[in-house]
Design a binder for this molecule. Structure first.
Ligand code: DGY
Length: 321
């Protein structure tokens, strides 16, 4: 039986690439460079399936390639805002993602950003590496206590819930949440819903974003919303960069209204607003939420299973459309 032809847009962990080679007629990425719109169109015309990542923008224009051979786009990532799913559906293309397997690591990283930002960890390490540490003293490099604070979660999906339990059980935090898509049904013991985002922002010492990027959430943290946050509070973003309005955030940092921020994601990655570099109280990471070998292998295997199920005519585990 001829194997389905699958084009893989980026390098993947070795074990995943080996599995793709066994199951499919796989064309792997050699140079690990993101594909241009034109290259993506060529892939969609040449392969039965394309394994994409969050760096591939599968827009309606890209999907207008003719003739389209691809029947499934298996995204390596839980977020799929890089794909125009309505256009994919209109072209009869199945889209899948990789939920669950990155929940723990992304939640761990959100907690790490909270700790790094409030305890001024990046700044401390920079000081030591620069040979500027003059020794222990009672007033040296004082940060802010994390344990016992009030954490406000914007979104209580898989990752939001994993952050909630870490904060509640590991750091004795009071945890509040608000779902910007209005889904307040499934609560967690000891985690309190807030009916409005404004109420959540006004009560939280730390606000952590755990919602997908959608037309409703793009630009959600704008000037008005940032003003609703408590003076001196912190904003953590491990979700998507475009949920935050960078101009408004920079102004909130400049004025001192925000005590700091921890950012793992940016609008237009890998570019980011260079003005963030001016702030020692902002922790900046290069989109590392799921970046552990265990998780990246599991994400890859999940994408392989989705492709395999599709081509074998079985139920597709992580079908989005
Ligand atoms: C995702 O899966 O959506 C992440 O942002 C990439 O790990």
């Amino acid at each position: 039986m001829t194997k389905a032809r699958v084009i893989v847009t980026r390098r993947l962990p070795e074990r995943v690439e080996a599995e793709l080679g066994r199951r499919f007629d796989a064309q792997l990425s050699r140079d690990d460079q993101p594909l241009s719109a034109e290259q993506l169109q060529r892939a969609l015309s040449d392969a039965d399936g394309v394994l994409t990542t969050v760096t591939d923008r599968i827009t309606a224009e890209v999907l207008a390639a003719y003739p389209l051979r691809t029947k499934i786009v298996a995204n390596f990532g839980v977020g799929y805002d890089n794909i125009d799913v309505a256009a994919a559906k209109a072209h009869d293309i199945v889209v899948t993602n990789t939920p669950d397997v990155l929940t723990d690591c992304t939640a761990d990283l959100a907690m790490m950003l909270i700790l790094m930002t409030l305890r001024r960890v990046g700044e401390g390490e920079r000081q030591l590496r620069a040979g500027q540490w003059s020794g222990w003293r009672p007033t040296h490099h004082m940060g802010h206590k994390v344990t016992g604070r009030t954490l406000g979660l914007v979104g209580l999906g898989r990752i939001g819930r994993a952050v909630a339990t870490r904060a509640r059980d590991g750091f004795a935090m009071r945890v509040l949440y608000h779902d910007p898509h209005g889904d307040h049904g499934d609560t967690l013991p000891g985690v309190e819903p807030r009916a409005t985002l404004g109420a959540l922002l006004a009560e939280s010492d730390i606000v952590s974003l755990h919602c997908p990027s959608t037309p409703e959430t793009r630009g959600l943290m704008n000037d008005a919303r940032l003003r609703q946050m408590k003076p001196g509070s912190w904003l953590i973003n491990t979700a998507r960069g475009d949920i935050v309005d960078d101009d408004a955030m920079i102004e909130a940092l400049r004025s001192g209204h925000l005590g700091g921020a921890g950012l793992d994601v940016f609008r237009g990655e890998p570019n980011f607003d260079r003005r963030y570099l001016d702030f020692e109280n902002v922790t900046l990471l290069p989109h590392l939420g799921s970046a552990t070998i265990e998780t990246r292998e599991a994400m890859g295997m999940r994408a392989v299973e989705n492709l395999d199920a599709f081509f074998a005519g079985r139920r597709i585990p992580d079908r989005v459309v």
